[in-house]
Design a protein. Structure first.
Length: 251
């Protein structure tokens, strides 16, 4: 059985790590290079770096900062934000990223994913899905959650797998920063529909939430930000708890 992964996330705005609630009310959480180094030393399995205002600001991801972060890491490193061209992906991989996360452009132009994956391989591409509950369904949002597309998240997740994506990062706009637990119903629905790894994001409040994401959400990895930034929980705390709960994890 493949081991499950614990992934800290660095949301970047103006070159600093920030964290908010439901993608708003952003608060400074530190220097991205220092935090990245700390997480690498603390046993994180991977790291995600998301330039959360790049798409809205209509600019590219901060490649120089990506390079600085990559130099202090020896674990896999995923970068996203403002990616809209094949050259953007190549530039981020050249700067030290192992994988590139694509969100808004995947929704606007699904064939873009097919183009990238056919040239670079599916292992290089993670699709970031910003999802909001709408009645009994979940709909995809773009531009940092600011625009609702009306697109059903479940068939869209399936489409992304068909286009060649290697992983899905599922962000719940309703749960982000709330500490109310991951949307395990959404995660389970997506996990049952695709055969590529699913990463849970948004809502971690305690160790049990991580376990629920794995057991009930059927995910392959769990991402968290504020709990780790503020040291309310350490990565070792979470891993030891999961290990005692018989979740296969790298200690």
């Amino acid at each position: 059985m493949l081991t499950k992964r614990i992934i800290p996330c660095l949301d970047i705005k103006d070159g600093r790590v920030v964290k908010g609630t439901c993608f708003t009310d952003l608060v400074d959480s530190g220097d991205p290079v220092e935090l990245a180094k700390r997480y690498g030393e603390m046993g994180a399995d991977e790291l995600v770096f998301l330039d959360i205002t790049a798409t809205v600001d209509k600019r590219k991801t901060l490649v120089e900062l990506v390079s600085k972060v990559g130099k202090v890491l020896s674990i896999p490193f995923t970068v996203g934000g403002g990616v809209s061209e094949l050259q953007d992906v190549k530039a981020l991989l050249a700067a030290g990223a192992d994988k590139v996360s694509i969100g808004s452009e995947a929704v606007k132009n699904p064939d873009f994913i097919e183009e990238i994956c056919s040239e670079l391989g599916r292992q290089a591409i993670v699709i970031s899905l910003d999802v909001k509950k709408d009645g009994i369904t979940w709909k995809v949002c773009i531009d940092g959650g600011r625009i609702q597309t009306g697109i059903d998240a479940l068939p869209f997740a399936e489409l992304m797998e068909k286009k060649g994506a290697g992983e899905l990062l599922v962000n719940s706009l309703d749960r982000d920063g709330t500490k109310s637990g991951y949307d395990v119903e959404l995660l389970a629905e997506i996990s049952e529909r695709v055969n590529i790894p699913v990463i849970a994001s948004s809502g971690a409040g305690c160790k049990q939430d991580f376990l629920d994401a794995f057991e009930k959400g059927k995910v392959d990895a769990v991402l968290a930000a504020r709990l780790f930034h503020t040291r309310e929980l350490s990565i070792n705390d979470v891993k030891n708890f999961l290990n005692l709960s018989d979740i296969p994890i790298r200690l």
